[in-house]
Design a protein around this ligand. Structure first.
Ligand code: PRX
Length: 654
């Protein structure tokens, strides 16, 4: 394994023009993009109304575009009715019934091709099964599944009957699942016996049983897909196998025509408090930006095969797997497995085998695979690729360059897409074939997206390279509608400053002298570990819930593959553990956090001390903790600290 140095270059000004090969086929030409921007600037609402008429099949056409009467709870296309599943499937049946909608590959190499007609039939049968179990419009259904086509079928079936799904990522623990079920008061859970990852079975049903035995009183039914085939417990009267649930069900199911604003799904995401919030997305507005971004950013055309490697447990797996690409009639790839099984060539082998043309993944995956050297990708024919994308965290220019040269062979533009669970779809991103890119910059806002940078007073920052708050100054169709059951929290989180005029993204950013956006990092206590968002408070709450812990503070340190690694400073009730006791306690706490939240939240480092560094007014000095976590020299004066002696302990020197 060659160890590639992936440290970042801070100032990056190399320019990369789209290749002639890409540009020749691209959907959007420079003039098209200019025209879209111009239309949006001249008539913002008219622009989105036109897009909505063009890209969505309406059951009842809308006459009102934007309703801002209850700002910042904005509504779009309110008097229109439509159905998301109809838009993703049925509308393609006239001329694409036999086209492959989903190519699935399991970790063991098993593959399945599902046509649009088959997808329609499967979704309808499952939708009818949901109805038989009493699920109807507005009911919440939690989906806790491996990354298999049935996860998408379940989502689409919910959409078809107007049920609101909430996916809980399969890597989350029983406790996280229970909390999300309880918060949403879900009536049904859809799960599987287990998934496979890294050659091991992930026991989803066991976790589900644990969740259901400790709460979840709202759940009436559990539908269980047989996937791993291992022995599980099925509870009479509550649990039904997927195959039994669909047996004898009709392969047609009239879509429920819902209002544009009807919630399509909830998706829980971390914030700066201990409790994740249920982000609510609408039907029509969400779908609109999902479609436009798949067309503009991923340039999806009829012969494309699009692989977005995200799990459906995250927003990327909603917008760029389960909904957006299908709504454009594309063929998508779904993979259940790890990128290094059986070896680090797995992704590239799949590109060759399925002739993937558009590939979208996270910087952390690129960095992890890059560490294995060029031989793996060089073994495979990657000539089908024409476009590459990244999402979830800043990409360091070295990883960008590797992606560009070794994977994209300098032919494929890279779209570095900045967005969030709350934005629903891409916001800042290059347009492939048009935008000249700079490694590490997500470049410019999409047409119809009003993105800016402001200072503490809410004034626009025009000076080049001066950092500030990233804000979105106008509502957009796929924006978060509210936090499930907590309108106040929606306002407090996203509109806390500037008289509620702008949506506060929670990131800081700067624009360079050419106007390119550069994301600088979060402004709140949210970590980004391997492209996944985790609240420091959430991990701290999990730690202090352990009987041996009195206080904990969580920060991050830079990590060359994961972006950020989690470092926890822990104060125990008894004496500070040292030596073997400390090692034991570290193992205990890591597995405890894994149980409380999920494996992704396990701290990488845990350090013990007699106290946390606090100011005399009692505030934890997080900046100092970050310096200590990164192993950097402390340059600030620590003499004002209430308990200066703990600093040496936290540094591991005492
Ligand atoms: O900090 C930004 C970072 O990820 C956050 C959103 O996380 P989440 O809601 O989990 O959605 C991830 C997938 C869209 C943002 O606030 N982020 C996302 N994309 C980028 C990014 N940071 C830098 N560059 C990006 N391209």
């Amino acid at each position: 394994m060659s160890d590639v140095d992936i440290k970042s270059v801070l100032t990056e000004n190399r320019l990369f023009k789209p290749s002639a090969e890409f540009t020749a086929k691209a959907r959007l030409k420079p003039d098209d993009l200019k025209a879209l921007h111009q239309q949006a600037e001249e008539d913002y609402e008219g622009f989105w109304a036109n897009q909505a008429r063009q890209h969505i099949d309406w059951h009842t056409p809308f006459t009102k575009t934007l309703d801002d009467s209850q700002a910042p709870h904005f509504k779009w296309f309110t008097d229109g009715t439509m159905n998301v599943s109809y838009n993703c499937i049925d509308r393609h049946l006239a001329n694409k019934a036999d086209k492959t909608a989903i190519i699935f590959e399991g970790e063991a190499g098993d593959t399945r091709h599902i046509s649009y007609q088959q997808l329609h039939d499967d979704v309808c049968q499952f939708a009818n099964a949901l109805k038989t179990k009493g699920i109807s419009k507005g009911d919440r259904v939690v989906i806790y599944m491996p990354m298999v086509p049935e996860a998408v079928i379940a989502m689409q079936a919910c959409a078809r009957i107007g049920a609101i799904h909430s996916i809980v990522f399969g890597g989350f623990s029983a406790d996280s699942l229970r909390d999300r079920i309880d918060d949403a008061q879900a009536a049904m859970l859809i799960t599987a016996d287990g998934g496979t990852r890294g050659g091991k079975i992930v026991g989803l049903k066991e976790a589900a049983d644990k969740a259901l035995s400790s709460g979840c009183d709202s759940i009436n039914d559990v539908i269980v897909l047989k996937r791993s085939g291992h022995d599980i417990n099925m509870q009479d009267g509550r649990d039904t196998w997927w195959s039994d649930a669909i047996a004898g069900q009709d392969k047609t199911c009239e879509p429920e025509w819902v209002e544009a604003e009807h919630p399509l799904f909830l998706l829980y995401t971390s914030g700066s408090t201990g409790k994740p919030k249920g982000i609510v997305h609408s039907s029509a507005g969400y779908l609109l930006n999902a479609v436009t971004s798949n067309l503009w950013v991923f340039d999806l055309q009829d012969d494309d095969i699009f692989w977005c490697t995200a799990d459906v447990g995250w927003i990327t797996g909603h917008t760029y797997v389960a909904y957006g690409p299908l709504a454009t009639g594309a063929s998508i790839v779904i993979f259940e497995g790890a990128p290094v099984i059986p070896d680090a060539g797995r992704f590239w082998k799949m590109v060759e085998q399925h002739k993937i043309t558009v590939f979208y993944t996270a910087p952390t995956a690129i960095r992890a695979l890059m560490k294995f050297g060029d031989d793996y990708p060089n073994k495979y024919d990657l000539s089908s690729l024409r476009l590459l994308g990244t999402v979830g965290e800043p990409i360091n220019p070295e990883a960008w360059m590797w992606y560009h040269t070794v994977i994209g062979k300098e032919r494929c533009p890279i779209v570095d897409t900045w967005w969030q669970t709350e934005t629903g779809a891409n916001v800042l991103t290059p347009i492939p074939g048009v935008t000249v890119t700079k490694p590490g910059s997500c470049t410019f806002a999409l047409p119809g997206m009003a993105v800016d940078i402001v200072n503490e007073e809410g004034e626009f920052i025009t000076e080049a390279n001066k950092g500030g708050y990233l804000v979105i100054t106008k509502p957009w169709p796929s924006m978060v509608r509210t936090v499930w059951g907590d309108d106040e929290r929606y306002i407090d989180t996203y509109f806390p400053k500037f008289d509620g005029k702008y949506y506060l993204a929670g990131d800081s950013a700067r624009r360079d002298e050419d106007g390119y956006f550069w994301i600088m990092g979060r402004i709140d206590d949210v970590l980004n570990v391997s492209g996944h968002r985790l609240g420091t408070m959430e991990i701290e709450s999990a730690l202090v819930a352990h009987e041996a812990v009195v206080e904990a503070a969580v920060v991050s340190r830079p990590h060359e593959v994961k972006g950020e690694a989690i470092v926890a400073f822990v104060i125990c009730k008894e004496d500070r553990p040292v030596g073997e006791d400390a090692e034991k306690m570290v193992a205990e706490l890591r597995s405890w956090v894994g149980e409380q939240i999920g494996a992704i939240a396990k701290p990488d480092d845990i350090r013990f001390a007699d106290g946390l560094p606090k100011t005399r007014s009692g505030k934890i000095m997080r900046r100092l903790l970050r310096t200590i976590a990164a192993g950097e020299e402390i340059t600030s004066d620590t003499s004002t600290l209430e308990n200066e002696a703990v600093v040496a302990q936290l540094q591991g020197e005492a």
